[in-house]
Design a protein. Structure first.
Length: 348
């Protein structure tokens, strides 16, 4: 189910690559795997203007649409933008829509499996041999770093917003708390959700969307002149229900989020620093001063470990939502810095 279009979304024809069996890193297989995507702009003959855009946890290919458009960082007059959906988001093959492996019979997957599916899309379906850049925020930023390790020669630049190279215990605790909200609902029968969770979903929204992805300063500013916090959370709850995101899908994506460690990439023996040291792309890692979901220290340590990387502070009080549309100033800053980075040439 495609979420309702928002004013900042950039609509485009939905496309799908039917990849057949997707063999996972675990050896399990997702049957009849479909990798959805949209494109913006025109591919140049040599393919050097392609940019891959990756989604966050629970998000669709629209997640970074605020960067796409005339005069923006991903101007379709300059770039051929490929925005994808990730395994388990309800648009790509997921527990909620799989015909052969529905709900909790779906195999567990990880972020490298997401990257593997995306790589098959680009190489087998779109026949691309490389892209200019890979861009992602949150779980998309984590996939971006994984792309730069798993396929080091495939891109010239990597832009990772609010990422982690290995999931911090804090982020795992956040996901565990939000899963507990859902699993406490009476709709959970011990093996699956018999119906859509109600009270559990409201609790999920309050924790995940009300507390974790914002900051105390951001909420204080939002309600500076009065306002009902409970009513605001109710509106967020309604928006998530309208978007149709499935609780089974969140369980699976959050498990993949928890398990991520770039050091577990084959060939690096669990050493995340050595994995990041193998990155050949020029990277820009961006994070706000405070992030209550993905700790800023994780973004900094990733930037420090990549040979050609810069860490950029997003001057925002919005926390994890600094890499989103919560603030027009943040949107302007991100478009300016990312746009300039994509156009720049590496200084030897």
């Amino acid at each position: 189910m495609h979420p309702p279009l928002q004013p900042w979304h950039v609509d485009a024809p939905h496309r799908a690559a039917h990849l057949g069996d997707l063999v996972l890193e675990s050896g399990e297989v997702i049957r009849e795997f479909v990798q959805p995507y949209v494109t913006h702009g025109r591919l140049e003959g040599d393919g050097t203007n392609a940019v891959l855009v990756l989604p966050a946890i629970t998000a669709s290919h629209h997640r970074l649409d605020f960067l796409i458009g005339p005069g923006k960082a991903l101007d379709p007059e300059r770039w051929f933008v490929v925005a994808v959906d990730a395994i388990g988001n309800g648009l790509a093959t997921s527990p909620s829509n799989s015909r052969l492996q529905p709900r909790m019979s779906f195999p567990r997957f990880n972020l490298r499996d997401m990257v593997h599916a995306q790589h098959r899309l680009l190489t087998e379906h779109l026949r691309l041999r490389r892209v200019h850049a890979v861009v992602g925020a949150s779980m998309g930023g984590m996939q971006c770093l994984q792309w730069a390790v798993s396929h080091a020669g495939f891109m010239s630049k990597a832009v990772a917003l609010t990422p982690m190279a290995r999931t911090a215990p804090w982020a795992i605790a956040v996901n565990e708390a939000t899963r507990a909200c859902l699993l406490a609902d009476r709709a959970w029968d011990g093996t699956q959700f018999a119906t859509r969770p109600d009270a559990g979903w409201r609790a999920w929204v309050a924790v995940q969307q009300g507390l974790i992805v914002r900051t105390p300063e951001a909420l204080a500013h939002e309600f500076e002149h009065g306002g009902d916090v409970a009513a605001s959370l109710a509106r967020r709850d309604a928006a998530w229900r309208d978007a149709g995101f499935d609780a089974h899908d969140f369980l699976y994506q959050s498990w993949a989020y928890d398990a991520h460690d770039i050091g577990a990439t084959p060939g690096f023996g669990g050493d995340w620093r050595r994995a990041l040291a193998s990155v050949r792309a020029e990277a820009m890692v961006m994070a706000p001063p405070l992030d209550l979901y993905n700790p800023v220290a994780c973004a900094r340590e990733a930037a420090d470990a990549i040979p050609h990387a810069a860490f950029v502070t997003i001057p925002s009080a919005q926390g994890h939502q600094a890499a989103n549309v919560a603030s027009s100033a943040d949107v302007d800053f991100l478009n300016a810095r990312i746009g300039a980075f994509l156009m720049s040439r590496r200084v030897a």
